[in-house]
Design a protein around this ligand. Sequence first.
Ligand code: GAR
Length: 209
Amino acid sequence: CCRVLVLISGNGSNLQAVIDGCDDNVHAEVVGVISNKPDAYGLVRAHHSEIDTSCVIAHQGETRSDYDIRLKQAIDKYQPDLIVLAGFMRILTDEFVQQFEGRMINIHPSLLPKYTGLHTHQRAIDAGDNQHGASVHFVTPELDAGPVILQAKVPIYPEDDATTLAERVHEQEHAIYPLVVKWFSQNRLIMKDGAAYLDSKPLDVMGYA
Ligand code: GAR
């Protein structure tokens, strides 16, 4: 069984989707949830599902590398096979990321490589785009730049604001993230030489990215 550890900072609706996706037919189990925020609602969701939780709260003035060392210690206790970033809103150091190469995935609310970073929904609207979406990717040291595994597209309508658009994107996130976790748990998904492969086929060539 694939031991999945989910890192969150907030609501945890993607955490919930991953928990719900790890049903009897999927050889994956969410063995723990780590939050950098003690009041993250995702911690309540974890408790409802009887999943162990930890908080790793940044100390005032703490360097990123010191924080990441404590985070690594908290992670190691769960011995995860896969680390799932689900709205974990911290930038991670290169050293930290390198330790989990090919075993850490993130979901980002844009059609990467468009709109890395924050405020993606408003930026897509401001740019006049007529489509937007979400991307699941392997985490590499460069922020939001790791190889894309799966994307979901949504239309942008003229009457949309960042809130209505975010809702539409969220719905798709909840569909694609559990699917990627399932692929990983089936040993079908790997990262090699900076590219993602499903069943040994490069994903960008298959037209997902
Ligand atoms: C999600 O939309 C996710 O894509 C985004 O945060 C939200 C978390 O929602 N992640 C990022 O912006 C990462 N840079 P959730 O807590 O309800 O899953």
